[in-house]
Design a protein around this ligand. Structure first.
Ligand SMILES: [Zn+2]
Length: 219
């Protein structure tokens, strides 16, 4: 019961009655079943559809990102539908997902803001062809870096990697190091430090340290 309250899981299971909690030995818990949704983007047509999904919710949620797998292979694994090699769905860049989760930290909000727009785009492409209508979606490491250049207002991959690294340090430590914006100053002496510190509300230092390690070796 405590777990349900903590994640607003009771509300989620009411909102998506085809989904239920399944036994899971790892860290966190798993929700699996038929996910029915209807989505209507601004200026778009309504689409309703259903997918067989498995959502892995980490113990640290909302300080860590759930992962989602599609179980019946309705989504083509052709490299054009944003499915990672480990079968999890590519719902957007990790920092973008963390930002959305920080703004609305419940499971229902996570699926509505991160998952439903993705599934809408897949169904729309399957039914109507054409492009993937999910403009925020970044794919692969280049897409993630491009998304981060936008989010941070930085111009190179090296700057983005430096910014993420600095967010893994305490504020006063980071302020003494060189600024990622290429101004040649220390971070603390550049206006960029205000922008960078805004990201400290989105994720913890340990998340940024972990993400820095992952992203610097991603190909
Ligand atoms: Zn600077």
């Amino acid at each position: 019961m405590a777990v349900k309250e903590f994640y607003n899981l009771g509300q989620f299971l009411k909102d998506y009655p085809g989904m239920s909690i399944r036994p899971y030995r790892g860290d966190g818990f798993v929700i699996r079943g038929t996910f029915n949704f209807c989505g209507t983007p601004p200026n778009g047509i309504q689409i309703c559809d259903s997918y067989e999904l498995e959502i892995m919710v980490p113990t640290l949620f909302p300080k860590a990102i759930p992962t989602v797998k599609e179980l019946s292979r309705k989504i083509p694994r052709d490299g054009k539908h944003h499915v990672y090699n480990d079968e999890t769905l590519c719902l957007g860049s990790p920092l973008h997902l963390m930002k959305k989760i920080a703004e609305r930290p419940t499971l229902t909000d996570f699926v509505e803001t991160c998952l439903v727009p993705y599934l809408y785009a897949v169904t729309n492409k399957l039914q109507n062809g054409g492009d993937f209508v999910f403009s925020e979606l970044a794919h692969g490491v280049d897409g993630i870096i491009n998304d981060y250049m936008d989010m941070f207002g930085l111009k190179s991959k090296a700057s983005v990697l430096k910014a993420i690294e600095l967010l893994g340090f305490k504020r006063r430590v980071a302020n003494k190091l060189s600024c990622p914006c290429n101004c040649g100053k220390r971070l603390g002496s550049c206006v960029f430090h205000k922008k960078l510190n805004g990201f400290r509300n989105i994720a913890s230092r340990s998340w940024f340290r972990m993400h820095s390690n992952i992203i610097s070796v991603m190909k």
